[in-house]
Design a protein around this ligand. Structure first.
Ligand SMILES: NC(=O)c1ccc[n+]([C@@H]2O[C@H](COP(=O)([O-])OP(=O)(O)OC[C@H]3O[C@@H](n4cnc5c(N)ncnc54)[C@H](O)[C@@H]3O)[C@@H](O)[C@H]2O)c1
Length: 419
């Protein structure tokens, strides 16, 4: 199998999980990393036994090397488009963290840049790499639902009250900062849920969106919370319609005064699909062992992926089928290792870069990400205008939220938005 030499930009929380997963793919060698925070970079380099010469505070210098095949971008949301565009224009295929970006405008730029440069772009949308997605697509493709007319994605999962504050304490405060993140849960976990749903529904053409954003839950009054003001919404709700007649209800929350909940379903004339808890954090392969998401830990018991079908059997009886998604995923991995690429996003990208997956067969995550951005920007625009908005209005009114001039300890990094 072909060796792939990867460079990482941004050595924050999520880069550690990327390192763990790259470690599972023997053909991938991470050869260099860049990070503007020098102490963080040094500690990271020591953790993974890097030579000092392979660690950079300016990623643009790193990209001048001649031994890099591909670049893994782990910076925060509003830098995804500027940094990933830079990477592709410098001649590298790019794997960018989610969300694709925080606005349709920025996602479209990134999408167009991949087309203009001819570089292979992938966005990390881990919910696609689950047995739930794989099985649900098979069931839909087989026509088991008949005419699909309505779907719902409603989630406040893995994130109970004040979870974004926990992120400020234990992970990155950038999650609660509009300048860095663009938006809150609608883009943070929204990409996972809306991305999975839009993919399953066949990326239908959006017609209109009615939405509302809230900063509903009272935030703590403690010093750490005050020093990182929460400037993003904690909940987005909405209702979307599509040109093919489909309707979709949306709710995405990072903090609610109730238990975690999830109600994802797809309704058709002959049957319905509905979800149990889902694996939001990453391909299960990356999750072996205990611990939390950034350590690459296992899912807590109640969060095992589940998928159910309700319809009629061949005798005309009402039945409910439990697809035992988690168990089937484990079995497929064990007995059909070639299936592994559908359950691990980084392996999927490796196989795409090395030709085992093609533009036709891979998960087209840039296109899925673009469709998600149109939907989430619809929630934003509709909330601003106080009425439902059309897809055309969203496209015309969408603005860049990206950071095109980044202040760093090493001077201003000036990014170029031209294609
Ligand atoms: N933390 C998680 O659990 C998690 C899970 C999935 C996806 N993500 C996504 O990953 C991205 C990063 O999240 P994180 O939690 O790792 O954030 P983080 O703040 O811990 O890490 C981002 C790092 O990028 C560095 N950086 C910023 N600009 C840079 C530049 N120009 N060059 C080099 N380095 C630069 C920052 O200094 C920081 O160390 C976000 O978009 C997030 O949505 C995070």
């Amino acid at each position: 199998m072909q060796e792939l030499r990867v460079a990482i930009i941004g050595t924050g929380t999520i880069s550690n999980r990327h390192m763990k997963v790259w470690g599972n793919i023997p053909q991938v060698k991470v050869v260099a990393a860049a990070e503007i925070n020098e102490p963080k970079l040094k500690a990271w380099g020591e953790r993974y036994h890097f030579n000092e010469k392979d660690l950079y505070t300016d990623f643009r210098e790193m990209l001048k090397r001649d031994d890099i095949d591909a670049v893994d971008v782990c910076v925060h949301n509003n830098l995804h488009t500027p940094v990933s565009m830079y990477v592709m224009k410098a001649g590298y295929p790019c794997y960018s963290e989610k969300p694709m970006s925080a606005s349709y405008f920025d996602s479209k730029l990134l999408y167009d840049c991949a087309k203009a440069t001819g570089q292979k772009l992938a966005i990390q949308i881990s919910s696609l790499y689950s047995a739930q997605t794989y099985i649900a697509k098979q069931v839909l493709n087989a026509g088991k639902l008949g005419n699909v007319y309505h779907a719902r994605m409603a989630t406040a999962s893995h994130r109970r009250r004040n979870a974004v504050d926990r992120a400020a304490l234990f992970s990155s405060p950038d999650f609660r900062d509009a300048y860095m993140a663009g938006h809150g849960q609608i883009v943070d976990l929204g990409i996972y849920h809306f991305g999975q749903m839009l993919y399953l529904l066949g990326l239908p053409e959006l017609d209109s969106v009615l939405g509302k954003l809230h900063q509903g839950v009272e935030m703590p009054n403690e010093e750490w919370a005050k020093s990182h003001p929460m400037t993003v919404e904690d909940m987005g709700v909405g209702f979307a319609t599509f040109k093919n007649g489909l309707s979709l209800e949306l709710q995405e929350a990072s903090a609610v005064n109730k238990d975690d909940h999830m109600d994802h379903h797809i309704l058709g004339s002959k049957g319905g699909l509905y979800w149990g808890m889902t694996d939001d954090f990453g391909g299960d392969w990356s999750m072996g062992g205990g611990g939390g998401p950034m350590g690459g830990g296992g899912l807590p018991g109640p969060l095992q992926p589940q998928l159910y079908y309700r319809g009629q059997d061949e005798f005309g009886y009402d039945v409910t089928i439990d697809y035992h998604a988690y168990e089937n995923q484990q079995d497929l991995k064990t007995y059909k290792p070639e299936m592994m690429q559908w359950f691990d996003n980084q392996l999927h990208w490796y196989n795409y870069l090395t030709g085992k997956l093609t533009d036709e067969t891979r998960y087209n995550t840039p296109l899925i990400g673009l469709n998600v951005s149109l939907l989430t920007d619809g929630l934003v625009l509709s909330a601003e205008m106080g009425r439902a908005v059309t897809a055309d209005e969203i496209k015309v009114n969408s603005k860049s939220l990206a950071i095109w001039k980044q202040e760093t300890p090493w001077g201003v990094f000036d990014y170029d938005a031209s294609l």
